[in-house]
Design a binder for this molecule. Structure first.
Ligand code: BES
Ligand code: ZN
Length: 631
């Protein structure tokens, strides 16, 4: 997510709306370019980086990475005299150009800092540098690096060793490496990482499961990747295999549980290849992190980073694994050209995720997930302003991806499901396979996608879909009439039983919750009427043990209701939930519900102040923007 708080954003969006509403009279000049990445300072039209060499010391005492980055660059414009790199909170010790048989120290200076974009680093390029050269930068990160979280031993599973991990997407790679931080270009990389001897380093690169602990680790990433996929973690990590090309890195305390939970990963990989063509990255491993990891998962190539909150014990939350794996095609292989085209990463991946889950499990389970996704989308559509509801909205550095909620995920998935239904699964699968092949290791804008869609499907004789219809999805707010609304018999039953029980037509004992998926339980809870009495909530809680649930998604749903309905009997357990998890999705909406129930904003702030030391700054930012906004 881009770094920007909601209140500021609302203010900025309001300004944009006011400006655009006066545009008729005042002729506001608008050079908005949808193909441009507004989230970088880098002048990639003049210079591009092709390869990166990192040499880093990982210092847990000072919470810094120290070392150098060498960028192998190519000059695209012989007149260009400066390179602009992205940085944030980096200290630069020196910069030098390395040419074929000479080297020259480089003059550099920082430009003005920007809240979202960080600080541009300007480097003067000598005239004789040639078309290809290496730029060597000696630097260190700050303990405040927005990409890195340094965890003390007490915030890890084992409690004995510290752990550090990165989260570069969307614009945070620049806070641990000075580089051209934009998905518009791709780099290969190699790295040497020095750590305390007892710890293991892993990266989004060629991790070798047999690596011995030495305190010095070497990595190579031969496939070119965009900068947001640069990733590193260091900790008391061990490896266990899942299948031939798949395995798990995590702390030893979580290894067995992770191997059980994610046992289907190898099968997912094989199915994904059967559906959409070869997996291009070598191994596929998972890194299961401590609870403070702010996301469900992050698709770092060859090594997805995963929240431990998926360890439900019954494999019920593994659609997140299918999702991160699917990104190996949609996102990592074919990459959104700018963050405005994020739906091509996330929507396509959500579609792919569901298709994979159908093959590995069954369509009933996936239909349940589809309905829950659709319900969340309807809530997003109520909150997100219209001009951000298009799949490809206007997005420049005054806006943030946050602002779309989950629209690029769910509306994107529904768009692709619409196309699948219109053209038939076989034809649409063939289309996607050729799409991945055509744009492999490249970038894609919404417009390029639409052109490809038109050339390969829409322009076929008798095509059931016109370009205009397709563009309704990408450029218009809301949902087009052509949407197929997901349905699930299981969830319909759960909903009907929720109404029947709430209306005292049946006893709770008559609800066969023991036979239900967690998704059906979630739907039941969400279907309860707003005026349900506290006694009934108490009966449900004690009957089903909801406040004690070990399923993170059930806990999320339940405690949102607890907070919304002010069911204070469960507040202690709610606080336990808020301390146990650090994944934004699981806790930020609970804080939000508390803050907006009319009575508990202060309580929410107190709970947050007690818990925040364990949260990742990204999660803390989400919570804060809900707790301290003036509404
Ligand atoms: N790439 C995203 C996470 C992300 C998105 C990080 C935008 C930074 C900016 C990842 O693949 C993702 O979508 N994670 C989801 C998983 C889910 C939708 C299955 C999450 O964390 O909840
Ligand atoms: Zn994703």
């Amino acid at each position: 997510m881009l770094r920007k708080s909601f209140p500021t954003l609302f203010a900025l969006i309001a300004t944009i709306l006011i400006v655009s509403s006066c545009s008729n009279e005042e002729e506001v000049v608008d050079n908005y370019d949808p193909a441009r990445d507004y989230f970088t300072f880098a002048n990639t039209e003049h210079f591009i980086t092709e390869h990166l060499v990192l040499d880093l010391n990982v210092d847990f005492e000072s919470e810094e990475l120290r070392g150098f980055a060498m960028l192998s660059m190519r000059r695209l414009n012989s007149e260009a005299t400066e390179i602009v790199l992205d940085t944030r909170d980096l200290t630069i010790a020196s910069a030098a150009f390395l040419m074929e048989d000479s080297s020259a120290s480089a003059a550099f200076s920082f430009g003005e800092s920007h809240e979202t974009l960080g600080t541009p680093l300007h480097i003067v390029v000598p005239a004789d540098v040639g078309e290809q050269f290496d730029l060597m930068i000696e630097y260190k990160t700050s303990p405040q690096s927005t990409a890195l979280q340094w965890l003390p031993p007490e915030l890890t599973a084992g409690g004995k060793h510290p752990l550090m991990f990165s989260q570069s997407q969307a614009v945070h790679a620049r806070s641990w490496v000075p580089l051209q931080d934009t998905p518009a270009i791709r780099i290969t990389y190699e790295a040497t990482v020095r750590t305390p001897e007892s710890l293991l380093a892993v990266m989004s690169a060629d991790n070798d499961p047999l690596t011995a602990r030495s305190g010095e680790y070497h990595f190579n990433m031969p496939q070119p990747i965009p900068s947001y996929l640069l990733a590193i973690a260091v900790g008391n990590l061990y490896f266990a295999p899942l299948g031939e090309e798949t395995g798990i890195y995590t702390e030893p305390e979580l290894l067995d549980a992770s191997v059980y939970e994610f046992a289907d990963t190898q099968a997912m990989l094989e199915q994904a290849e059967a559906m959409y063509g070869p997996y291009e990255w070598g191994r596929y491993d998972l890194l299961v992190l401590p609870p403070s990891f702010p996301y469900g998962g992050m698709e770092n190539p060859r090594l997805s980073f995963i929240t431990p909150s998926l360890l439900a014990g019954d494999r019920s939350l593994v659609s997140v694994i299918a999702h991160e794996l699917a990104h190996s095609w949609s996102g990592n292989l074919v990459t959104n050209a700018t963050w405005r085209d994020g739906w091509l990463n996330e929507g396509m991946t959500s579609y792919f995720e569901s298709r994979l889950m159908e093959v590995i499990y069954d369509v009933k389970r996936v239909d349940e997930e589809r309905v829950l996704m659709y319900r969340e989308l309807l809530l997003d559509l109520e909150r997100v302003p219209e001009h951000m509801q298009a799949l490809a909205p206007r997005l420049d550095d005054t806006t943030s991806e946050d602002f779309q909620g989950g629209i690029h995920y769910s509306k994107g998935q529904l768009f692709l499901e619409f196309l699948e239904k219109a053209f038939g699964r076989e034809t649409f699968d063939a289309f996607l396979t050729s799409y991945f092949q055509e744009f492999a290791f490249g970038t894609i804008t919404t417009e390029k996608f639409m052109d490809y869609l038109e050339a390969n499907l829409l322009s076929e004789e008798g095509s059931p879909v016109t370009r205009e219809q397709a563009e309704q999805w990408t450029y218009q707010p809301g949902l087009p009439d052509s949407v197929t609304i997901p349905t699930s018999e299981n969830l319909d039953t759960a909903e009907a039983l929720a109404h029947a029980w709430a209306g005292s037509e049946i006893d709770l004992a008559a609800v066969p919750v023991q036979d239900w998926s967690p998704q059906a339980t979630i739907h039941f809870i969400n279907s309860l009427p707003a005026d349900l009495s506290g006694d009934m909530l108490g009966e449900l809680d004690s009957g089903w043990g909801l406040s004690e649930t070990t399923n993170a998604e059930i806990g999320r749903t339940w405690f949102i209701q607890v907070a919304t309905r002010r069911y204070t009997d469960a507040y202690e357990r709610m606080e336990a939930h808020l301390n146990r998890f650090g994944r934004g999705r699981l806790i930020a909406p609970v804080y939000g519900a508390l803050a907006s129930n009319g009575k508990d904003r202060e309580l929410a702030q107190q709970i947050f102040e007690r818990a925040r030391g364990a949260y990742h700054p990204i999660t803390a930012g989400w919570i804060e923007s809900g707790l301290y906004k003036s509404d």
